[in-house]
Design a protein around this ligand. Structure first.
Ligand SMILES: [Zn+2]
Length: 306
């Protein structure tokens, strides 16, 4: 398959530059805050026309990124797994663990944590990152969902950790998930939430002419920018359009104290002193921030009965 054919498969055959109808509810999209940003007037799903360039532009410094993101990710994966296990527990069937697919597993941190309770497999489209996970003997395949799967491969749980918002054609992807799940299987979507405090703050800044934080929220200029910004209303529409229903949701913290300095220092081209001052300020505000709407939500989608 040449690169263009592969891209068409990944994009569900849709030209991502021509966005006028909502991918969730087919409602009309209206212009958003930047030329590439569109919002559905019906369900509130936010879309972008930013172009994914995985394996085309050089990955950013992975070691720095890993250091910056690992504490929050590992913390949230632990919370997510504890919560999820109660929803996917099965009667002990000859000791078999439920099968879990982690789409876009990156370094495999979630796989490592989930392996105690699930029979895990990860897919990672970035060849360099997949190679590193494989070098650590993690069960990872390089490729996209569902192309990298074998014809009959089935799972009990399919997880998208900060991934579904990066893949074009969200309802088509979820229909592919439905085909890979039994009647009681679930999809777990862990993603940024447009109701989050920091996202809304970035919108206010953009309206005031300062786009940097909004563009960082959408990961403009990264190999795989965000194509969607979900919230619970749009997630219900996405689920309904692809044969699922939302059966549970919970917020996850977007900031934890551990690793905060590295994350700030990494994220914004700021000096060490400024990073330290910002870290101290945020640590002081952290107890209050827990009262604000979270920027990360996990939705559990169960298959609708036929
Ligand atoms: Zn919509």
């Amino acid at each position: 398959m040449d690169k263009r054919e592969e891209s068409e498969v990944i994009n569900g055959g849709r030209d991502v530059k021509n966005v006028d109808r909502c991918d969730a509810c087919n409602g009309a999209l209206t212009a958003g805050l930047e030329t590439w940003h569109f919002v559905c007037g019906t369900c509130g799903l936010e879309h972008s026309t930013l172009q994914p360039q995985i394996n085309e532009i050089e990955s950013i410094d992975e070691a720095e990124r890993e250091k910056a993101l690992k504490p929050i990710r590992v913390h949230n994966f632990g919370v997510l797994l504890d919560w999820l296990r109660g929803r996917t527990a099965r009667p002990a069937q000859a000791g078999a663990k439920p099968r879990l697919l982690d789409v876009g597993c990156a370094h495999g941190w979630f796989l490592e944590q989930a392996a105690a309770h699930y029979d895990v497999l990860g897919l990672e489209p970035d060849a360099a990152i997949a190679k590193r996970a494989l070098a650590r003997h993690l069960p990872v395949r390089n490729g996209y969902f569902p192309q990298a799967l074998q014809a009959q491969e089935q799972f009990d749980v399919i997880v998208f950790n900060d991934v579904l918002e990066h893949i074009p054609g969200v309802t088509n992807i979820l229909k592919e998930c439905a085909a890979r799940l039994p009647a009681d299987g679930v999809v777990v979507v862990n993603a940024p939430d447009s109701r989050g405090f920091f996202y809304r703050l970035s919108r206010v800044f953009t309206r005031a002419g300062r786009q940097a934080s909004f563009e960082r929220m959408w990961q403009v200029g990264m190999p795989s920018p965000h194509l969607y910004y979900f919230n619970t209303k749009s997630m219900h529409r996405i689920a309904a359009a692809s044969g699922f229903k939302v059966v549970a949701e919970r917020a996850l913290p977007s900031i934890v104290a551990k690793g905060l300095y590295d994350r700030i220092n990494y994220a914004g081209n700021v000096s060490k002193l400024r990073s330290a001052v910002m870290t101290a300020g945020i640590l002081a505000l952290l107890p209050f921030m827990k009262l604000l709407p979270s920027d990360i939500t996990v939705w559990v989608l169960a298959k609708q009965a036929d």
